[in-house]
Ligand binder design. Structure first.
Ligand code: WQD
Length: 331
């Protein structure tokens, strides 16, 4: 059985679909702070399979122990965590307490029950402002906000844990920019509050819920002055977790993998791709840069391809079409 923390979320729900389709038994622990139980109901409809859900906070150690006591868990995929960069700047203690303490609790209970296969959801944000692109896993790390610092701290804590006990098998997955949705249109990114990332803003503009997209600066040293990112389809991202899980279940060690496409798109290129893919106009207005944004950030995904046998397959058109379908069906 695979335990997925945060499994009701955007990445988590898509991962549960892939795990169930691969024949894994899945347990989800999610306190639904930024997700809905309905997502998991839809996962079960999509796959025709059932999963086990527990709606409690990972900080509740006794409940977590009970889950490990009641189920033969062979690996944990840890996605649960607060992830809004701006919010982390205004509420650092909430972020450190939630993201770090919940991870300590989880790892301690895993150790207690002898479960040592662990996949951690990290982020390209740990690379800070890269000197150049594409980015490989050996690039220096530097974080500029509490959210990114929790990710980097946990990566380092996991490295110390593995050094203390090499029987652990730990895979760190550094996500670039996940967008898109399951092609069915039944699950997707549905933040409970104001969206943080660009694609929910684009689809809200396309739906007419927002008048225009605010483009955060067009004076960066990039192809058209707007920020360049490595957008990756959330289904490709989920499948990258499966490949990492297959490796983690048979090897021991500590490895870091970039999960990106290796291609960068500017904001305006993404907007144009969305308009062409969906036929929906996305009016926009250039405003000032957003504090903390980097000009360019895209991956070299060679290590994941060579060691995990994984490479993103879906195109920017797929990402735009699938994002739009999800919002059209769920306005
Ligand atoms: C993408 C591009 C913006 C919104 C963040 C986190 C990262 C990961 C992904 C969690 C940038 C521009 C955005 C808008 C805009 N999250 N933009 N108008 O900042 O690259 O990464 O989300 O793991 O850790 O740092 O993603 O989608 O916010 O921005 O012009 O309304 O779109 O400037 O160039 P980002 P994003």
């Amino acid at each position: 059985m695979i335990l997925v923390t945060g499994g009701a979320g955007f990445i988590g729900s898509h991962l549960c679909v892939e795990l169930l389709n691969e024949g894994h038994e899945v347990i989800v622990v999610d306190h639904l702070s930024n997700s809905k139980k309905e997502s998991l109901d839809r996962v079960e409809e999509l796959t025709g399979k059932s999963l086990t859900f527990y709606g409690f906070d990972l900080l509740d150690r006794s409940k977590l122990e009970q889950v490990f006591n009641d189920h033969p868990i062979e690996a944990v995929v840890h996605l649960a965590g607060f992830k809004a960069v701006n919010e982390s700047v205004s509420m650092p203690l909430n972020y450190y307490h939630n993201n770090l303490t919940s991870t300590f609790t989880l790892l301690e209970v895993m150790q207690q029950f002898g479960v040592k296969n662990f996949i951690f959801s990290s982020s390209a944000t740990v690379y800070g402002k890269p000197d150049r692109n594409p980015i490989t896993e050996d690039f220096p790390t530097s974080v500029t906000n509490p959210y990114g610092r929790t990710k980097l701290m946990i990566e380092e804590i996991l490295h110390d844990l593995w050094k203390s006990d090499p029987s652990w098998s730990i895979s760190i997955l550094r996500y670039f920019n996940p967008i898109g949705a399951h092609p069915s249109g039944n699950i997707g990114e549905s933040p409970n509050d104001i969206p943080n990332n660009i694609m929910p803003f684009i689809t809200n503009v396309a739906l007419g819920q927002y008048k225009e997209l605010a483009v955060f600066g067009d004076d960066y040293p990039t192809i058209d002055g707007t920020g360049v990112r490595d957008y990756i389809h959330v289904v490709d991202l989920a499948r990258g977790h499966l490949k990492a899980l297959n490796r983690t279940l048979v090897e021991t060690g500590y490895d870091i993998y970039n999960l990106g496409t290796g291609e960068g798109y500017s904001v305006l290129q993404l907007v144009r791709a969305f308009e062409e893919a969906t036929g929906q106009p996305v009016p926009y207005r250039i405003i000032d840069r957003r504090e903390g944004d980097v000009a360019e950030c895209f991956s070299d995904p060679t290590k994941a391809e060579q060691q995990l046998g994984w490479r993103a397959e879906k195109t920017i058109v797929d990402m735009c079409k699938d994002s739009w379908r999800w919002r059209e069906y769920n306005p």
